[in-house]
Design a protein around this ligand. Structure first.
Ligand SMILES: *Cc1c(COP(=O)(O)O)cnc(C)c1O
Length: 379
């Protein structure tokens, strides 16, 4: 089955009680049993809920996986993966990881004896350098935020197999429409569903997908034991959101391309970071592992002036100044003072987050209007 058909049909069926074509919001905590142990597969909604269950099957299907699990946030999904580990186990990840992922690794899990290494994953020898027999997880994010670096998922899978480590890919930025990590050798795919899968900036949710039965058993055991599940109302909203994921992503990609080109041609812009450009350092890998380049774009200004950047993010009117990404509406952000403000200046500048860096989450409005808005703000 092709992507758009799966997005609309996978995991859902007419409601057996009424024939309702849309999966009902089963807003219930418990389920009545005919006799002790005699139930219909649902006992208690932390463990099982029909609306969440439909969504979990749907997300698993669009990621080309077998088992899906949904959580109360992207971070709760990450929490589940790291809870599969034991003290002394090691994790290798990227040095320009999403800030919240870095924070949970360092401030929550390090004290339980899990060891984290952060390296430049664009360079596979950097990963091999810190690989030991204790390496149990390789945690990849690609494209990265906000520098839009691309990491070679298939190359990471070969390294992970050397020590039997699990390869986990945070697929939030690309979505399964553009990239399916399980097909490239990943063991687990993670999503901040909050972003493109939900797509309408109205839900906080996370998800994991795997095709491995043993990993799935652990995943569901931790999901139920730690209890960071998502609710039926939010599951319904995301089921609805995913039905248009392929349509939205097509437009995000088209608009992204038009805006990246506009920015590149503007006299005030120093550099545009977008993996679709042939001069992007990892364009070749991006082209191999992705089916399009998405609507996330970062750029810097000539002169690299903080005041200039702050003036531009204030002057736009269609682009809303906000954190987050992946919704139908366009957002603009200033990483140095917003998402990356807690990172020391020297450290963030080393990874490219300079004072004039601006990040766009290009929405699905008409590109001409978005370009007009950027044009007037840049003048
Ligand atoms: C937002 C985000 C997360 C965290 O997800 P939440 O739903 O906010 O908990 C993780 N990874 C990436 C790449 C993100 O953009």
């Amino acid at each position: 089955m092709k992507f758009g058909t799966k997005a609309i049909h996978a995991g859902v069926q007419p409601d057996p009680a009424t024939g309702a074509i849309m999966t009902p919001i089963y807003q219930t905590s418990t389920y009545v049993q005919d006799g002790v142990g005699n139930h219909k597969g649902y006992e208690y909604s932390r463990t099982q809920n029909p609306t969440r269950h439909a969504l979990e099957k749907n997300i698993a299907a669009i990621e080309n996986g077998k088992y899906g699990a949904c959580f109360g946030s992207g971070l709760a999904a990450i929490d589940c993966v790291i809870k599969m580990l034991n003290p002394g186990d090691e994790v290798i990840s990227t040095n320009d990881l999403y800030g919240g992922s870095y924070r949970i690794f360092k401030t929550i899990f390090e004290k339980y004896g899990i060891v984290f290494h952060f390296v430049d994953m664009q360079n596979t020898s950097e990963v091999e350098r810190v690989l030991t027999k204790n390496t149990k997880v390789i945690w990849v994010e690609t494209p990265t935020n906000p520098m839009m670096n691309i990491i070679d998922i298939a190359a990471m899978s070969i390294i992970a197999k050397k020590t039997g480590a699990l390869l986990c890919v945070d697929n939030t930025f690309a979505t399964p429409y553009l990239q399916t990590p399980l097909d490239l050798g990943a063991d687990i795919v993670m999503h901040s569903v909050t972003k493109y899968l939900g797509g309408h900036s109205d839900v906080i949710m996370g998800a994991l997908v795997t095709s491995d039965e043993n990993i799935a058993t652990e995943m569901y055991r931790i999901q139920n034991s730690s209890g960071a599940v998502t609710g039926p109302m939010d599951s319904f909203l995301v089921l609805r959101g995913i039905k248009t994921l392929h349509l939205r992503m097509q437009r995000h990609c088209e608009n992204g391309k038009k805006i990246a080109r506009f920015l590149k041609s503007n006299a005030r812009i120093e550099k545009v970071y977008w993996p679709g450009f042939e001069d992007h350092p990892n364009h070749t890998i991006a082209k191999q592992q992705m089916r399009g380049f998405g609507g996330m774009i970062s750029f810097t200004l000539k002169g690299n002036n903080l005041e200039d950047a702050l003036a531009i993010v204030k002057k736009v009117s269609l682009f809303a100044l906000a954190e987050s990404l992946g919704g139908v509406e366009s957002l603009i952000g200033h990483p140095a003072t917003m998402t990356h403000a807690s990172i020391p200046k020297e450290v963030r500048e080393k990874s490219g987050v300079v004072d004039s860096l601006i990040r766009l989450s290009v929405g699905v409005e008409d590109a001409e209007d978005l370009i007009e808005d950027l044009k007037q703000a840049l003048n």
